[in-house]
Design a protein around this ligand. Structure first.
Ligand code: ZN
Length: 290
């Protein structure tokens, strides 16, 4: 499985550890000598990996855990041919190595983890009151848009569909004809205690070509418009701020800002298309721009 950057706020050093299997210097990590109660999640994708109850002082200079949450960590032979590497089972980033048989705890296992790869969540944050909000965006074939937004931490559920046209309950065939005026869109339900509207909008601009008029790559047609539906003037201001940033970087975004209109869910076979078919998007790629 290929690894991709899901958390847009990673530092270069954190990326170096997680994506290039680097190791932070011993005794340097923020969780080496840190024992507050809570959980540790993957810093890239947010998946829960370890409980503080499994953390122990191994004296080795890196955070040590004697077990992980079930199925959260995968062990793979390290390219050095000697050690066993551990990676996040959800997003495959490098966490560290596992050592078995050292007799340090009853589990007889030491997950030696880089602080750079994990993020501490205190007990209160671990179970926040969910605040689910929704956002509708369009930026080309909705299969690829859904593929990428499903990866983002804080996104609770997604649904592909159609919006903006002049007929009710449009079918895919009708939308593709271009005669109904609908646009392929994604409805995103997100937990705003975990991901902000601004983070979603920044991510949106990082997964598609916002300079292409009426299309994405080879998909050309008015149904592939780049658009964001906002609900409040505060949201509109946030989008305009990011558009200005893009223009200052020399880009010419053609993204349309529209007020919220009726969302028509697409046919079942379009939902989770890439997951169901084990394929990857052909016209959406993640590239950190803004
Ligand atoms: Zn992960």
């Amino acid at each position: 499985m290929s690894k991709s950057i899901i958390n847009p706020n990673l530092t270069n050093f954190q990326k170096e550890v997680m994506f290039n299997q680097s190791t932070e210097p011993a005794y340097s990590g923020e969780y080496d000598d840190f024992y507050q109660a809570g959980d540790y999640a993957c810093r890239n994708c947010g998946a829960l990996l370890y409980s503080s109850s499994a953390k122990f002082d191994a004296g080795c200079g890196w955070p040590a855990f004697d077990k992980c949450y079930p199925n959260s960590v995968i062990q793979v032979p390290d390219i050095d041919g000697r050690r066993i590497e551990i990676v996040c089972s959800n997003c495959s980033v490098h966490l560290g190595h596992v050592f078995i048989g050292e007799q340090l705890t009853v589990q007889n296992t030491r997950h030696c983890v880089n602080s750079a790869s994990i993020k501490y969540i205190n007990k209160d944050q671990a179970h926040p009151i969910q605040k689910i909000e929704s956002l509708v965006v369009g930026c080309g074939c909705f299969w690829g848009v859904e593929y990428w937004f499903k990866k983002l931490n804080g996104v609770v559920s997604t649904s592909v569909g159609y919006s903006g046209g002049h007929t009710d309950n449009p079918t895919y065939r009708q939308v593709c004809s271009g005669e109904t005026g609908h646009i392929e869109v994604l409805k995103i339900d997100y937990d705003s205690s975990k991901v902000s509207f601004e983070e979603l909008i920044r991510y949106f601009f990082n997964i598609h070509d916002f300079e292409q008029v009426d299309g994405q790559g080879n998909d050309v047609g008015s149904q592939y418009l780049s658009l964001i539906q906002y609900k409040t003037t505060e949201q509109k201001t946030i989008i305009q701020k990011i558009l200005t940033e893009l223009e200052q970087k020399g880009y010419k975004p053609v993204t349309k800002l529209l007020t919220e209109t009726k969302f028509w869910p697409a046919e079942d076979y379009h939902q989770d298309y890439y997951t169901k078919n084990g394929q990857s998007p052909y016209c959406h790629f993640y590239k950190k721009i803004v």
